[in-house]
Design a protein around this ligand. Structure first.
Ligand SMILES: N[C@@H](CCC(=O)N[C@@H](CS)C(=O)NCC(=O)O)C(=O)O
Ligand SMILES: [Zn+2]
Ligand SMILES: [Zn+2]
Length: 191
Protein backbone atom coordinates (compact mmCIF):
# COMPACT_ATOMS: atom_id res chain seq x y z
CA UNK A 1 0.00 0.00 0.00
CA UNK A 2 1.38 3.35 -1.09
CA UNK A 3 1.18 6.57 0.92
CA UNK A 4 -1.31 9.09 -0.46
CA UNK A 5 -0.74 9.70 -4.16
CA UNK A 6 -3.39 12.41 -4.08
CA UNK A 7 -6.90 12.47 -2.58
CA UNK A 8 -8.40 12.52 -6.10
CA UNK A 9 -6.52 9.33 -7.05
CA UNK A 10 -6.37 7.31 -3.81
CA UNK A 11 -9.98 6.10 -3.85
CA UNK A 12 -10.45 5.90 -7.61
CA UNK A 13 -11.33 8.59 -10.13
CA UNK A 14 -14.60 10.50 -10.25
CA UNK A 15 -15.46 11.22 -13.87
CA UNK A 16 -15.90 14.85 -14.86
CA UNK A 17 -18.80 16.33 -16.80
CA UNK A 18 -17.90 17.05 -20.46
CA UNK A 19 -20.45 19.90 -20.43
CA UNK A 20 -19.08 21.53 -17.29
CA UNK A 21 -18.65 25.26 -17.88
CA UNK A 22 -16.03 26.19 -15.28
CA UNK A 23 -16.03 27.53 -11.75
CA UNK A 24 -14.16 29.38 -9.05
CA UNK A 25 -10.84 28.61 -7.37
CA UNK A 26 -9.97 29.75 -3.84
CA UNK A 27 -6.62 29.69 -2.08
CA UNK A 28 -6.42 28.08 1.37
CA UNK A 29 -6.33 31.25 3.49
CA UNK A 30 -9.03 31.33 6.19
CA UNK A 31 -9.95 34.87 5.11
CA UNK A 32 -9.12 37.28 2.30
CA UNK A 33 -8.72 34.39 -0.13
CA UNK A 34 -7.31 34.86 -3.58
CA UNK A 35 -10.24 34.08 -5.89
CA UNK A 36 -9.89 33.02 -9.53
CA UNK A 37 -12.71 32.62 -12.05
CA UNK A 38 -12.34 29.95 -14.77
CA UNK A 39 -14.87 30.23 -17.59
CA UNK A 40 -14.43 26.76 -19.08
CA UNK A 41 -13.51 23.25 -18.06
CA UNK A 42 -9.85 22.21 -17.98
CA UNK A 43 -8.04 19.85 -20.39
CA UNK A 44 -5.10 17.44 -20.20
CA UNK A 45 -5.69 17.16 -16.47
CA UNK A 46 -3.00 14.93 -14.98
CA UNK A 47 -1.00 13.94 -11.93
CA UNK A 48 2.45 15.56 -11.87
CA UNK A 49 5.23 14.27 -9.63
CA UNK A 50 7.66 17.10 -10.30
CA UNK A 51 9.04 19.23 -7.50
CA UNK A 52 7.61 22.50 -8.82
CA UNK A 53 3.89 21.85 -9.06
CA UNK A 54 1.75 22.54 -6.00
CA UNK A 55 0.67 19.47 -4.02
CA UNK A 56 -1.82 19.38 -1.18
CA UNK A 57 -0.33 18.45 2.22
CA UNK A 58 0.62 14.77 2.43
CA UNK A 59 0.22 14.05 -1.29
CA UNK A 60 3.04 12.68 -3.45
CA UNK A 61 1.59 14.21 -6.62
CA UNK A 62 0.03 17.39 -7.86
CA UNK A 63 -3.09 17.29 -10.02
CA UNK A 64 -2.87 19.95 -12.70
CA UNK A 65 -4.77 20.75 -15.89
CA UNK A 66 -4.69 23.46 -18.53
CA UNK A 67 -7.16 26.12 -19.62
CA UNK A 68 -6.90 28.96 -22.16
CA UNK A 69 -5.41 31.96 -20.37
CA UNK A 70 -8.25 34.15 -21.62
CA UNK A 71 -10.59 32.01 -19.52
CA UNK A 72 -8.71 32.85 -16.31
CA UNK A 73 -9.26 36.01 -14.27
CA UNK A 74 -8.37 37.10 -10.76
CA UNK A 75 -11.51 38.13 -8.87
CA UNK A 76 -10.12 39.01 -5.43
CA UNK A 77 -6.90 39.65 -3.50
CA UNK A 78 -4.63 39.77 -6.55
CA UNK A 79 -2.13 41.71 -4.42
CA UNK A 80 -1.38 38.51 -2.48
CA UNK A 81 -0.08 36.72 -5.59
CA UNK A 82 3.64 36.24 -6.02
CA UNK A 83 5.53 34.46 -8.81
CA UNK A 84 7.39 31.53 -7.27
CA UNK A 85 10.25 31.42 -9.80
CA UNK A 86 10.29 34.18 -12.42
CA UNK A 87 13.01 32.32 -14.37
CA UNK A 88 10.92 29.14 -14.80
CA UNK A 89 9.07 28.44 -18.05
CA UNK A 90 5.83 28.20 -16.09
CA UNK A 91 5.36 31.29 -13.93
CA UNK A 92 3.49 29.87 -10.97
CA UNK A 93 1.38 32.51 -9.28
CA UNK A 94 1.00 31.56 -5.63
CA UNK A 95 -0.67 33.07 -2.59
CA UNK A 96 2.14 34.53 -0.48
CA UNK A 97 0.26 33.69 2.73
CA UNK A 98 -0.92 30.06 2.29
CA UNK A 99 1.46 28.98 -0.47
CA UNK A 100 -1.24 27.55 -2.77
CA UNK A 101 -0.53 27.99 -6.50
CA UNK A 102 -3.51 29.66 -8.21
CA UNK A 103 -2.33 29.55 -11.82
CA UNK A 104 0.82 28.98 -13.85
CA UNK A 105 1.38 31.01 -17.01
CA UNK A 106 3.89 30.78 -19.86
CA UNK A 107 5.03 34.15 -21.22
CA UNK A 108 7.69 32.97 -23.66
CA UNK A 109 7.32 31.24 -27.04
CA UNK A 110 6.39 27.66 -26.17
CA UNK A 111 4.17 24.82 -27.40
CA UNK A 112 1.84 25.47 -24.45
CA UNK A 113 1.84 29.27 -24.68
CA UNK A 114 -1.71 30.55 -24.22
CA UNK A 115 -2.60 27.85 -21.71
CA UNK A 116 -2.58 28.38 -17.95
CA UNK A 117 -1.93 25.54 -15.49
CA UNK A 118 -4.51 25.23 -12.71
CA UNK A 119 -5.50 22.93 -9.84
CA UNK A 120 -9.24 22.28 -10.07
CA UNK A 121 -9.28 20.88 -6.51
CA UNK A 122 -9.20 24.51 -5.32
CA UNK A 123 -12.84 24.69 -6.43
CA UNK A 124 -15.83 23.17 -4.55
CA UNK A 125 -17.68 22.56 -7.80
CA UNK A 126 -18.00 19.10 -9.38
CA UNK A 127 -17.54 18.37 -13.08
CA UNK A 128 -13.90 19.23 -13.71
CA UNK A 129 -12.19 16.84 -16.11
CA UNK A 130 -10.79 13.85 -14.21
CA UNK A 131 -7.05 13.08 -14.40
CA UNK A 132 -6.04 11.51 -17.72
CA UNK A 133 -2.51 10.23 -16.97
CA UNK A 134 0.40 10.58 -14.55
CA UNK A 135 3.51 12.47 -15.61
CA UNK A 136 6.97 13.08 -14.12
CA UNK A 137 6.45 9.98 -11.97
CA UNK A 138 10.14 9.23 -11.35
CA UNK A 139 10.62 12.86 -10.20
CA UNK A 140 9.20 11.99 -6.75
CA UNK A 141 12.48 10.17 -6.03
CA UNK A 142 14.30 13.51 -6.30
CA UNK A 143 12.08 14.76 -3.45
CA UNK A 144 12.99 11.86 -1.17
CA UNK A 145 10.60 9.07 -2.15
CA UNK A 146 12.27 5.66 -1.73
CA UNK A 147 12.93 4.24 -5.21
CA UNK A 148 11.94 0.80 -3.90
CA UNK A 149 8.35 2.06 -3.68
CA UNK A 150 8.07 3.06 -7.34
CA UNK A 151 6.48 -0.20 -8.53
CA UNK A 152 3.74 0.36 -5.97
CA UNK A 153 3.17 3.95 -7.12
CA UNK A 154 2.92 2.93 -10.77
CA UNK A 155 0.67 -0.02 -9.87
CA UNK A 156 -1.67 2.31 -7.98
CA UNK A 157 -2.05 4.59 -11.00
CA UNK A 158 -2.65 1.56 -13.19
CA UNK A 159 -5.32 0.29 -10.80
CA UNK A 160 -7.34 3.48 -11.31
CA UNK A 161 -6.86 3.29 -15.08
CA UNK A 162 -4.09 5.84 -15.54
CA UNK A 163 -0.95 5.35 -17.62
CA UNK A 164 2.32 6.57 -16.11
CA UNK A 165 5.13 8.46 -17.82
CA UNK A 166 8.37 10.00 -16.63
CA UNK A 167 7.76 13.19 -18.62
CA UNK A 168 4.39 13.92 -20.26
CA UNK A 169 1.99 11.72 -22.24
CA UNK A 170 2.89 10.86 -25.88
CA UNK A 171 0.47 13.42 -27.46
CA UNK A 172 1.89 16.23 -25.29
CA UNK A 173 5.49 15.12 -25.91
CA UNK A 174 4.68 15.18 -29.64
CA UNK A 175 3.40 18.76 -29.35
CA UNK A 176 6.59 19.81 -27.57
CA UNK A 177 8.77 18.06 -30.15
CA UNK A 178 6.78 19.55 -33.05
CA UNK A 179 7.27 23.02 -31.61
CA UNK A 180 11.01 22.40 -31.16
CA UNK A 181 11.31 21.11 -34.74
CA UNK A 182 9.43 24.09 -36.17
CA UNK A 183 11.50 26.51 -34.13
CA UNK A 184 14.66 24.87 -35.52
CA UNK A 185 13.27 25.07 -39.07
CA UNK A 186 13.21 21.30 -39.46
CA UNK A 187 11.15 20.16 -42.47
CA UNK A 188 8.99 17.10 -41.89
CA UNK A 189 9.68 14.31 -44.38
CA UNK A 190 6.62 13.39 -46.39
CA UNK A 191 6.88 9.65 -45.86
N1 LIG B 1 12.59 16.39 -12.20
C1 LIG B 1 12.26 17.79 -12.20
C2 LIG B 1 11.25 18.03 -13.31
C3 LIG B 1 10.74 19.46 -13.37
C4 LIG B 1 9.94 19.66 -14.64
O1 LIG B 1 10.51 19.60 -15.74
N2 LIG B 1 8.62 19.90 -14.52
C5 LIG B 1 7.83 19.92 -15.72
C6 LIG B 1 6.39 19.51 -15.38
S1 LIG B 1 5.47 20.72 -14.53
C7 LIG B 1 7.83 21.23 -16.42
O2 LIG B 1 7.31 21.33 -17.51
N3 LIG B 1 8.39 22.27 -15.81
C8 LIG B 1 8.48 23.58 -16.42
C9 LIG B 1 8.49 24.63 -15.35
O3 LIG B 1 8.37 24.26 -14.18
O4 LIG B 1 8.59 25.80 -15.66
C10 LIG B 1 11.69 18.19 -10.85
O5 LIG B 1 11.04 17.36 -10.22
O6 LIG B 1 11.89 19.34 -10.43
ZN1 LIG C 1 -3.90 32.10 0.49
ZN1 LIG D 1 4.94 19.55 -12.51
Amino acid sequence: MVASIHPLIDNGLVKGDPNFAGGTLYCHCPSDQVVIALTSNIAHNHACGCSKCWKPRGALFSIVGVIPRNNVSVQANESKLIIIDPSAVIQRHACRDCGVHLFGRIEQPHAFHGLDFVHAELSDQKGWQEPQFAGFVSSIIEQGFDPKGMDGVRAKFKSVGLDTYDALSPPLMDLLATFAAQKAGVKFANL
